[in-house]
Ligand binder design. Structure first.
Ligand SMILES: [Cu+2]
Length: 304
């Protein structure tokens, strides 16, 4: 679903044959990764395409040679196998050519990785903490902090008609709001199990690991809403902890910060955490005799 806004369709890969199709329609046929909206995401995409085309060329050469050889030297033509057992020339060639190819891949890949990991000189730092099953955002400079839960509209639609919920399972009550054109550093960790904070448009995902603080950064060039999900299987509601990033202009962001501070000073967020239906609570249920797993264990224990 996140492919809907950003990905290239099959049409764009195979020469625009689907250019008349709507973006919605082509999204269903999307094969390639999304380009994203940040400079890093575009670098990642370019690297991906560069490596892909190298692989395509190697594939054509290797399989072309193989199939041509099979056809050219087929038994019905009376082909005789060569009888040599060792060729220093061949070994030098099939060692040096791959080395050059790998170096040619490693240089741009390393350059991109270094750029992705360079979290120095941030203008804003946000601590992202994964919970079963929600995210918490702490703005270290602005001293704003809140939880971001699955939006009640998506939660209600789980048992009803998901097609009726806008951005089904990709909507939250309190999105992460950030300014555009600022280097934002993310400190990513977890309070319980391993989660992974992932917004495809930003070009990366990063594991949120209890006891560790991972770092990443982004600089979003234009205002917009960018959606993602937890990308590490983290429990029964793993699919119910989306990520929504809202990028605003600097003035709008400052206004949002002021509003949040005012609201937190009054004892709560502007948009309070929704009350969850008991069967869909995002809290870990306490062990009880009604737990199906515990019931099975108790039954088994009673038989011993
Ligand atoms: Cu998770």
């Amino acid at each position: 679903m996140w492919l809907r806004n950003t990905s290239l369709g099959v049409g764009s890969i195979f020469g625009g044959s689907m250019t008349l199709a709507t973006r919605e329609a082509s999204a269903d046929w999307a094969l390639n990764m999304p380009v994203g909206i940040t400079e890093i995401s575009q670098q990642v995409y370019d690297l991906h395409m560069y490596i892909l085309w190298i692989c395509v060329i190697i594939g054509i050469l290797v399989f072309g040679t193989m199939f041509w050889s099979i056809w050219k030297h087929r038994k019905s033509k009376g082909a005789q196998a060569a009888q040599f057992h060792h060729s220093t020339t061949a070994e030098v060639i099939w060692t040096t050519i791959p080395v050059f190819i790998l170096v040619g891949m490693a240089i741009p890949a390393t350059r991109t990785l270094i750029a992705m990991e360079d979290t120095s000189s941030p203008e804003l730092t946000v601590k992202v903490t994964g919970y079963q099953w929600k995210w918490k955002y702490d703005y270290l400079e602005d001293e704003v902090s809140f939880f971001s839960n699955l939006h009640p509209s998506s939660r209600a639609a789980v048992f009803e008609d998901p097609s009726q919920a806008e951005n089904y399972l990709l909507e939250v009550d309190n999105p992460l709001v950030v300014p555009i054109d600022k280097k934002i550093r993310f400190l990513i960790t977890s309070d319980d199990v391993i989660h992974s904070w992932w917004v495809p448009d930003l070009g990366w995902k990063k594991d949120a690991i209890p006891g560790f603080v991972n770092e990443m950064w982004t600089r979003i060039p234009e205002p917009g809403v960018y959606r993602g999900q937890c990308a590490e299987l983290c429990g029964k509601d793993h699919g119910f902890m989306p990520v929504v990033v809202v990028a605003k202009s600097e003035e709008d962001y400052q206004q949002w910060v002021a509003d949040q501070k005012a609201a937190q000073g009054l004892g709560g967020l502007i948009a309070p955490e929704p009350r969850l239906a008991p069967e869909m609570t995002s809290e870990t249920p306490p062990p009880s005799s009604s737990s199906p797993v515990k019931a099975v264990v108790d039954t088994a224990a009673a038989k011993l």
